[in-house]
Ligand binder design. Sequence first.
Ligand code: SF4
Ligand code: SF4
Length: 443
Amino acid sequence: MLLKTFRGGVHPHDYKTLSENSQTVRLEAKGELIYPMNQHIGAPAKPVVAAGDRVLVGQVIAEAAGFVSAPILSAVSGTVRSVSPRMTPSGDELPAITVENDFEYEAVAGFGEPRDYDRLSKEEIRQIIRDAGIIGMGGAGFPTSVKITVKDDSKIDYVIANGAECEPYITCDYRLMLERADDAVLGMKILLRLFENASGVFGIENNKPLGIARLSEKCAGSERMSVQPLLKKYPQGGERMLIRAITGRKINSKLLPADAGCVVVNFATLVAIADAVSRNIPLIRRVVTVTGDAIRVPSNFDVPIGIMAQELIDAAGGFDGDPEKLIFGGPMMGTAVYTADLPITKASSCILALKKDPTAGARPSECIRCGKCLYACPEHLMPIKLKNSADARDYAAFEAAHGLECIGCGCCTYVCPAKRRLSQTITMAKKYVLAEKKKGAAK
Ligand code: SF4
Ligand code: SF4
């Protein structure tokens, strides 16, 4: 089948072989679990428990604080130790609930009971997904209930499952393709119930031939579901790139996927939808890849959300030496952290430990006008122009050069032979401009 893709992007070595054949192993938290309130895009969740309260598996411990928000549910039974600021993977100290596991795993009534999604109305399906705290699990963290609430269901003609997993090293979605393909298909069928005119497309990069084969086998004979192999290229998993590659349609920062007739959900999110709607299991666990040359046994673990990253690293045999770099997420868009004493959140797909920091000692020099950043930018921007206007704090020029369309993919920095910190500067400038606009709107 024809491989589809988008214009621009880069081809970093994918390092998937480190962990792609490691079957997912289930882990339980040995000690406390920490639930930061900002695990999603939008309003932080609001705690509904206090220190000393006993909680059960599947119990809401923090409720959604607005339409663009998501509740947080406990993955264990135990006692709430505190509701106070804790260090989070974003690097900020933010309000969090700490629960001490009692290892009894006593669950709320109805937890895990089978449910026939065919008997549910669209409203009931959407409410279940909202109540289950499901968000985009590829890293973006956008509440799924908001994504699937569109003005007109009949105008959606594609539900796209994002199985690109284009960031190097990460293999958690790939393992789900092999181990839970039936549930991914079930999640897709549930979403297709909401959008009666839509086709369901599984977009998977061609460095996952077994994943493509497994899903193709499951979709065989279906009139509404198919698999679209995609060329392995970063950032193929970006929402805009995926829509462009699969449908040929374009969206920008002012448009939503629904404006192009699309709903895009991450592969793990699809499995979470199947769990919530058909089994009454909310989003309380996820698969996380622990990998890199500084990890003794690169692995994929199915873990309770809230478990500490260090417990996963220990389960993977610990560090092989002293890593120079530790990242939550992938090497292109992940967040570098200085400690593993941080909780796994709903959006944590990977813990990456590297013996050598690939960016250490990189000395930026003058631009040699090679144009590589221009060709690599998937948004067809002029990164050097954006960086120059950001450096000069000329934010009018930054906006005029479409700086707000930057998706922060890092391709420009990756290809720059002069080691210029293009994406970092552009991302900072974009944040500043958006914050100023927000302030202006609030006046
Ligand atoms: S300018 Fe933004 S979108 Fe373009 S390559 Fe750089 S980081 Fe990616
Ligand atoms: S890639 Fe680097 S050196 Fe080449 S044009 Fe862009 S900023 Fe200049």
